[in-house]
Write a protein that binds this ligand. Structure first.
Ligand SMILES: [Zn+2]
Length: 156
């Protein structure tokens, strides 16, 4: 066997066990990583922007709010399969926190993002409760603007 081959085997033995790159770098966190920390791996939405001394308490917060992560996963799943995610989310909060129900103009992606921010708010990692991000109404322009200023003319 050549030296190169020996060296390759030795290197393989020394290599640390491969870390799952899709998992958050915070110890015990079961969330998927989505943010590159640069150098120290990847972390989930909750751990990535917090000081590392906060990490253990965030991990506990995520564990106690697994039901909220479950809601987000279910909404994404229903939406992907063309099913009624909005009705599901409306019913989910009906008896508890109606503020967390989807806004009529809120689509599934922004709603899921809001629910993750809601989780951060509930575990004390965010000062204020997030509000729905809804598209701004489009201002009519040109012919449509004139018609909307003078609706009676159209009817006459
Ligand atoms: Zn995490």
């Amino acid at each position: 066997m050549s030296t190169t081959a020996f060296r390759r085997i030795a290197e393989q033995r020394e290599a640390p066990p491969e870390k799952d790159p899709t998992r958050c770098a915070a110890y015990g966190c079961k969330c998927r990583s989505s943010v590159n920390l640069g150098g120290s791996g990847w972390a989930c939405f909750a751990h990535a922007f917090a000081q590392s001394d906060q990490w253990p308490s965030i991990t506990r917060g995520l564990e106690s709010h697994d039901w909220l992560l479950g809601l987000v996963a279910e909404v994404r799943n229903l939406e992907r399969n063309g099913k009624a995610w909005r009705e599901f989310a409306m019913r989910f909060w009906e008896q508890s926190d109606r503020r967390c129900q989807p806004h009529p103009a809120e689509s599934a992606g922004p709603y899921c993002d809001r629910m993750l921010l809601e989780l951060l708010y509930r575990i004390g990692q965010r000062k204020s409760a997030p509000s729905p991000r809804i598209p701004k109404p489009v201002k009519p322009s040109g012919r449509f603007a004139r018609e909307s200023l003078n609706p009676m003319k159209e009817a006459a």
